[in-house]
Write a protein that binds this ligand. Sequence first.
Ligand code: SER
Length: 589
Amino acid sequence: MKSNELRQMHLKFYQERRHQLAAAASLIPENDGSVLYVSAGMQPLIPYLKGKKHPQGKRLTNIQRCIRTDDIDEVGDDYHLTMFEMMGNWSLGDYFKEEAIKMSFDFLTGHIGIEPCRLAVTVYKGNDQVPADLEAVKTWQSLGLKDSQIFYYGDDENWWGPVGETGPCGPDSEMFYINDLEDCCTSCGPACDCGKYVEIGNNVFMTYNKLEDGSLVELDQKNIDVGLGFERLLIIKNNLENVYETDLFMPTIKVLEDLSGLVYDTSNQKYFRVIAEHMRASVFILSDPSGIKPTNSEQGYILRRLIRRTIRMCFKLGLHENILKDLAGLIIDQYKAVYDQLEVNKAYTLDQLDMEYKKFSVSLESGLKYVHKYLNKLNDHEVLSGKDAFKLYDTYGFPLELTVEVANEYGKSVDVNQFERCFKEHQGKSRSGSVNKFKGGLSDHDDMSIKLHTATHLLNAALRKVLGDSVYQRGSHINSERLRFDFSFDRKMTREEIDEVEGLVNEVISNDLDVTYDEMSLDQARKLGAIGVFESKYDDKVKVYRMGDFSLEICGGPHVENTSELGRFKIVKEQSSSSGVRRIKAVLE
Ligand code: SER
């Protein structure tokens, strides 16, 4: 079965069971600085899991592309990916456990064709607050699963969520495909990493909300959140051994064979696989409308890691010329029928890959020489010093993780703590957003971020007043120190224009305007002349934030109450972001 047939089969299955097809979200969470990438199909649905009415009803389905970088080191094995597609179905206070489990079972056995004896499931064994999930057990038993196919785990394995620190979460029942009917050891089970059990999906019973103090309160409605692993089910459906044999990756592997003149086999498969996987993830990230590009922090750092690791793996295959664009072009052609933004943003994607290749390939060779020299000098018990790792980062552009990987190939480790100290000394700040956030960690909505968010609206409005209506937001990112705003405009701003924009924003701030909002339909917002991102929202009602007559913008908030709280606005940088897009960095003093 081709990959797209599986997508269609899944959506049809749930649509026939009265689920509405909900638009999938962008890879970058909208209006949410707390996580770097969307990592689960439920993430864009959080307000609805908490009780807000969804315009499409109580039963939804879609296929959401997700990025999870926790598994990056596993990429190259048969199953693990950094970007994957999750086939989802949700009940927002409609059907519950029994029906959800039965539907998953029917899909997996009846449509994917998994023999019931090849299924294993886990259920929540309970703790002192939440009881064991006997209802799930009973349902699985009623479907014919034997006791030997049902495993009980606690909070570590069978509690899902929240995404970040707070929000909807609950006990779950994970589903596994039994790859191999032999046990590897007496304690073998789905939590064992021998490879016998492959996770193919998860039924989450989203019934709790986790609060900031760590306590759990029951949600008003009982929700179901099911995610099925698209790629893994494609492997099983086609009776294949691994994800690289599917039509998702085989074309890239074949082109890599042609370009390198090598035959893909067990001696080199890791390089082929990492290149194919990381390039696909990079292409999807780059083509996201939010305009992410390789940088040293946040989403951009993850992207940089993926691309730079790809380049090193290309070197390993003897590919020293730039083939990233060839691979990206192929991936775009392959996926554009399903994900049309790949074609729309093709020029940007290829451009960014080109620039990143140019930046890194020159220093990679010399950096590798440097690191090899130092690794060879080390005695058996010695680790690579953090100073050397920092030099590789600072001078040669080696992401720390890449250095760790190279060191590991020599059986060595890296003094990561010393690296962090060097980094702080040189930068005067922590690497929040790179190492700390790499696993999808969090940043808080602190006061400064909220102020900067409000200032972003003023900046957006001021730019349109000074530069004209062709200015549109192309990206925005805020941390607790500065705002960054990307917008469409095809030349450098003059000093006068920058001063005028800055002056306008400060004038509005000093006018002590109240920041208020109204809820209305997208159409009304459009008619009122509100600016903002109009595309693919789930809500039919949106919030429109107003600051006097100066700014009217669609946004989820949060904002300060009055512009006087903002202090002085200062543009610290105006630079190019990509072709036709400028970037402003600004602070509040
Ligand atoms: N949210 C759950 C998961 O990501 C099920 O979709 O596993």
